[in-house]
Design a binder for this molecule. Sequence first.
Ligand code: XMP
Length: 508
Amino acid sequence: KILVLDFGSQYTQLIARRIRESKVYSEIFPFNASIEKIKSFNPKGIILSGGPSSVYDKGAPLPDTEVFKLGLPILGICYGMQLMAHCLGGRVAKAVKREYGKAELIVDDDADIFKKVSSRTRVWMSHGDKIERLPVGFYVIGHTDNSPIAAMANKNKRFYALQFHPEVVHTDEGKKILQNFVYDICRCRPTWTMKSFIETSKKEIKEKVGNNRVICGISGGVDSAVTAVLVHEAVGDALTCIFVDNGLLRAGEAKKVEDTLRKNFHMDIRVVDASDRFLKRLRGVKDPERKRKIIGNEFIKVFEAEAMNIKNVGFLAQGTLYPDVIESTSFKGPSAVIKSHHNVGGLLKKMKLKLVEPLRELFKDEVRLLGKELGMPDEIIHRHPFPGPGLAIRCIGDVTKSRIDILRKADVIVLEEIKNAGLYRKLWQAFAVLLPTKSVGVMGDERTYENVIAVRAVTSLDGMTADWAKIPYEVMERISNRIINEVKGVNRVVYDITSKPPGTIEWE
Ligand code: XMP
């Protein structure tokens, strides 16, 4: 396995993903991880990530220099390269010309890390500092027009450093370069697959849980469903799932997930219909943040009440993913809001539960692969993300049963037409939003004064940034016609053409 030390680059996660895609397990530690922690992880090689700092800045993040004495291969990327130079006696200075974007790398040494890489190859640069003097034992293995030292190596020590980013797709042969490091230099073998993950994970869950019962909250989304199936594979009937129906789900959603888990996987699922409670508490609430808080709190209450009815529970299974874990251990400090579906801290204390989080090392696309390997239907695995507070935050203004019903009907049509057009898997999300405005229309010679539905469809890789989707006019037209004809109370449909940033994906 390979350890990535994080110096704050926006691409750190990508490095770990690329390595895992090469079937070698990889984890990210913060830059200041202790040498003991690094040793106990027992990596075969270490990668120093990029980062926004300059090595000569006060307070620049520096690793424990013992890492250079472990005798392990090390690859420095961008800031990681400058760090290597700085820590090993070279000199780093501000570059006269910042280099940002595409550049052509000329390979000066086509052995090991550049084995089978073209002699001229396109790479992605993003740096303001450069190496002025090589550390002792290093020599140049690649350069560009702007950077005489774009790559350097000390082969005796197996230290390599790249000024460019091999982990981004804009570096044409980046994958090959990383694989050369991982396979040839670190001598890792490509054995990390979902199958092996499932086996190890099942064993770990069994050992951890022992003879205790486990409960798991199901939300209808991918993460919780995959968690439940994996834990069920490990502990069988010792798992009980709790599905809180808050009345704010999409049409038929609760039923679909329940049916799949019950019929295909024979799980014990308790469905709690709490729609009335949620709607009552939301009456008259227009403020988005208050809506979220109310729904979050109410969820915990309902979930707890149900959990208390189950005997001998020792563990709570949760679908926490690796990005959440990284975010909360990043050296930038625990970030203000960590996306966790529901805050279950209280429940853990009250019922003295421990957590099982079998997905905490996985990325979203890996969770989908895992689900597939576990035999889950595509319909669940490739479901678009759906926010915890559900339709309430797509029902702008008052949340009432009749308004949620209008929204739910429109939402069905949006999804049906998107799926019919073969667009579902190409989009990150597509949905309807009910606006708090009414507008005048004319239907069958009659004046109407009815609701407006906004249609939102975006493409995105991770939900952090997004583009509004350029869906064909004909599809928009069908969606609009059908909503106005089939959903009573709506006489106008608009399409949202805002990207994120500056907009967010959801409206509230
Ligand atoms: P925004 O609206 O912030 O959303 O651009 C980014 C992604 O997160 C989803 N989202 C949520 N998911 N609980 C969730 O589980 C929430 O409260 C929540 N709010 C937004 C949103 O659907 C999008 O995919």
